[in-house]
Design a protein around this ligand. Structure first.
Ligand SMILES: [Zn+2]
Length: 522
């Protein structure tokens, strides 16, 4: 999976020092501590940029530039790459399409269409972004859920042969239009109604075109098949479809599976030892972001979508059955105090589910059912369901990269990268700075197959972050999830300054990153 290309010939500027005249660069970042995205040790030096490319990385005696920025005492690295976001929702808002939430974290490339959601019309999405550019670069997946919903609908049914062929056709089309691979969210309805063989049959179309399988796996907890069997299912899908597997936001969710990270790691390590390409991303918070519907309702209640769910809540007999099944899901999630309601502008915004229930004089299940029934679009939650030991065990794996899963109502949308740095590099010393940077840049670019991004190298695209190691920190929390991070002093996207002197610029330098030269496309 190579070659995400944005037109234009490969330019290779090399500054010739010594007797030859030194070309004038557009910008030089001088005297910073450079982490180049690889495993090479950091060194103090300069980075020169001309046009949209890096032209020099090293220790230069003399560099001439139209603009020089003093980076001494600061960290200079490739711009961070976020492989899992729901930024398409934020980007759809004209006033927010610069995506400062990500730029302020030092992120220069985001990926969307994760969890099987998003659009299956990758060409249309690319056209729309070209007309309405955003701040960072963006690449996308084709979503299994979007495709299944389009062809099969929201019911608990299997596709017939014609429907399966149509799903395969939509995935093939999206891959040929430049998608990175197939994303799936088998935890979510209606995707959860798909059997493993169906997913494999659809995923093969992405595999044939060089894509990989990005999965929010079927069970991160103990809802159904359980965490470990779910890991095995994802590995099987990759093996039988013939493609790399990438676990999105890998975690052990809920009290039944706390402490299972080492067992997950062992299974993945065994697959890797057997020759399978397996990676994962992770956000560094103990709460996940979800909704009351996905968190608490049993699978049988999801058949048919929200209209059918509401009818079940109104029917006394089904409501009793719902209440029983939801009680176990609430226990699994850690109880009503572990669910914080985060949808903006509601009477319950910022309250825990137990507090809402007390306000209303009902039990937590009835409170949840009332919200789901009356305001399903207002039922987002932060669900506190992970433990530090699991988070840190996963973070230490060289195949686990940083990913925000950024979505409304959770501080990870504006804080993932600086929070991981501040808490797990500086405060807890879980991983060294070099590991944090490598797993937020070069390694991520490699697994995504991004063309000439993720490393500071002459001739490569000039996506660069400069941050102050003493100040780089999140400002977002569960009360103010979208407060912008601080500490990035300079951010360069495709050679343009997106943050200058610690202040956001107003430009929209992001590009659509599409895979090109995709095999098996006509
Ligand atoms: Zn997800």
């Amino acid at each position: 999976m190579k070659k995400l290309v944005r037109g234009g010939a490969a330019l290779s500027f090399v500054l010739l020092l010594g007797a030859t005249p030194v070309p004038v660069a557009d910008l030089v970042l001088k005297g910073g501590t450079i982490h180049d995205g690889s495993s090479r040790p950091a060194f103090v030096g300069d980075v020169a940029i001309t046009g949209d490319r890096v032209t020099y990385v090293g220790k230069a005696a003399k560099l001439r530039a139209r603009r020089s920025i003093d980076a001494s005492g600061l960290i200079v690295a490739p711009g961070f790459i976020d492989p899992h976001t729901h930024a398409d929702f934020t980007a759809a808002d004209a006033a927010r399409r610069r995506l400062d939430l990500w730029l302020a974290q030092g992120v220069t490339t985001i990926v969307t269409g994760n969890d099987g959601a998003g659009s299956f019309d990758v060409a249309g999405q690319t056209r729309a972004l070209a007309a309405r550019p955003i701040g960072p670069n963006m690449a996308s997946f084709v979503g299994f859920g979007a495709v299944r919903k389009e062809v099969v609908g929201e019911g608990d049914v299997a596709p017939n042969a014609a429907q399966l062929a149509r799903m395969q056709g939509l995935v093939a089309r999206a891959m040929c239009d430049g998608a990175l691979g197939l994303s799936a969210g088998l935890f979510y309805a209606p995707q959860k109604f798909a059997k493993t063989d169906e997913v494999i049959a659809v995923a093969r179309e992405a595999a044939r075109r060089g894509g990989f399988y990005d999965t929010h796996q079927r069970d991160e907890s103990s809802y159904g098949i359980g965490l470990l069997a779910s890991v095995d299912e994802a590995l099987r899908i990759g093996r039988e479809a013939g493609m790399p597997v990438h676990f999105a936001h890998l975690k052990a969710l809920g009290i039944d599976v706390h402490g299972q990270a080492p067992a997950v790691i062992a299974r993945i390590a065994a697959a890797q030892a057997a020759g399978q390409a397996v990676t994962a991303d992770q956000y560094p918070y103990t709460a996940s972001g979800s909704g009351l519907i996905a968190s608490l309702l049993p699978a049988w209640a999801l058949d048919g979508g929200i209209t059918a769910i509401k009818a079940r809540i109104e029917d006394p007999a089904q409501r009793d059955r719902l209440r029983r099944d939801m009680a176990d899901n609430l226990r699994r999630r850690g109880g009503a105090n572990a669910l914080l309601l985060t949808s903006a502008g509601r009477p319950w915004t910022g309250k825990r589910l137990d507090a809402v229930a007390a306000d209303w004089g009902v039990d937590a299940i009835d409170a949840a059912l009332r919200i789901i029934h009356d305001a399903p679009e207002g039922s987002s939650v932060a669900s506190f369901n992970m433990i530090e030991a699991d988070i840190e065990a996963l973070m230490r794996q060289p195949w686990v990269v940083t990913g925000s899963d950024g979505s409304a109502g959770h501080p990870r949308i504006a804080g993932t990268f600086p929070y991981k740095y501040a808490r797990y590099v500086v405060e807890r010393k879980t991983i060294p700075l070099a590991t944090f940077i490598r797993q937020s840049t070069g390694r991520t670019a490699d697994l995504l197959g991004l063309d000439r991004r993720g490393y500071l190298r002459p001739g490569w695209f000039a996506d660069v972050v400069v941050f102050d190691p003493r100040r780089f920190a999140p400002r977002s929390d569960y009360v103010n999830p979208e407060a912008l991070a601080v500490g990035v002093t300079t951010l360069v996207v495709n050679g343009q300054l997106a943050i200058d002197g610690g202040k956001p610029a107003t430009n929209l330098p992001g590009r659509v990153l599409r895979r090109s030269a995709v095999p098996n496309c006509t």
